[in-house]
Design a protein around this ligand. Sequence first.
Ligand code: ADP
Ligand code: MG
Length: 453
Amino acid sequence: MTQEKWGQLRQRLLKTVGQNNYTTWIEPLEFSVLRDGVAVFKVPTNFFGNYVSQNFADLILYELNNAGEAVQRLTFKVSANSVERPTPPANPTPKPVQSKQIDAVGELQAAPLDARFTFDTFVVGKPNELAHAAARRVSEGGPVTFNPLFLYGGVGLGKTHLMHAIAWELRARQPELNVLYLSAEQFMYRFVQALRERKMMDFKHLFRSVDVLMVDDVQFIAGKDSTQEEFFHTFNALVDQHKQIIISADRAPNEIKDLEDRVQSRLQCGLIVDLHPTDYELRLGILQTKVEQYRATYPGLHLADGVLEFLAQRISTNVRVLEGALTRLFAFASLVGREIDMELTQDCLADVLRMSERKITVEEIQRQVSDYYNIRMSDIIGPKRLRTFARPRQVAMYLCKQLTSRSLPEIGRRFGGRDHTTVMHGVKRIEELKLTDGQIAEDVEMLRRALEA
Ligand code: ADP
Ligand code: MG
């Protein structure tokens, strides 16, 4: 393969991975040589190579083969002259809404806070009252009593909402405090960037100078060894200085696979509270609140009796889906200029309702897919990486994402404890293949029909 060809292939990857991933992870890859089915790339650090290998190798392999290069494997070698790395990556974080910048090299910025995610708009019910109370307590900014506060719960149950609410409140009450909110992914990104640009001292200094550190979706760093290591040190340094740390994750610390013991036990030292799946009352409460908020802008909005109750009854446990349904309903109603009654609701939300009613299970999908491809179910779930198993596995993951309301981490867990990024990757992969590979498109369609029948 020529350098030029790699240059063209890279452009195709840009489309699938997105600009930020591209600039950070793909562009710096230097194609070295292709020999005996092994493509060798030069990378700036080991960590970098591992990350690309875990997250993008399949995709790169796919593109290479798609372009007629017979490649079975990729290897990444740390390049000797990595000091001369070209352009640093663009900063993926949008400008913060309102954040104090700790500006030594102008790089540590908090992630933006969503203006809608405040305590005012958070509806409290049985399933989340404990989490809410704990969040309220730390947001008062008094002496640190539990450290860290660890919030966990399934997708769409309000973790990020609560985190932002804490940050808003702290900023309002104590503007002098340095509150840093960011996702674990951003933490890792900054860490890698510091490594690449040889600015580790700055990185350490900056992170250790915050007063309140908030890290969302910490499960993301499981299995990412050097990031965990750095997180652990940052964490310890802040705890030693009695600085408040607030963490969220999609499951309890001891349930996060590939999280080092010492990190786990550190996380368990504080207060751990979980957000339970919503119940009917909470869902109804959330819907009513949203309708009121909406009415403030559109006073003419009219809802027939029973519509909200129907939705609260019928739509899953995930608040995000519930909200999405309501927004769609409003949009649709204003478009057709009709009152929102049961009939309109059923029409407009047919697919959402069908999905929560059908309840196709992950097991069902795994069984159907393994039957279809004539392999064992254990091979779909198991660790084998052979293409004969990997592709059906990705098809099954894709169908799980499409046909069930399971989150990516939940799906990953049911596929032998895989990481949610693996699932996401599989899903994207199939989405792409569906467009370029008629056979895959047909397989997926057949399976979908069989499952929905
Ligand atoms: P998570 O981070 O747990 O996946 P989010 O915090 O992003 O979930 O919540 C998903 C959506 O549901 C957000 O729009 C959020 O405002 C809303 N939401 C979740 N729980 C509540 C609640 N108790 N009251 C009001 N809105 C909620
Ligand atoms: Mg979240």
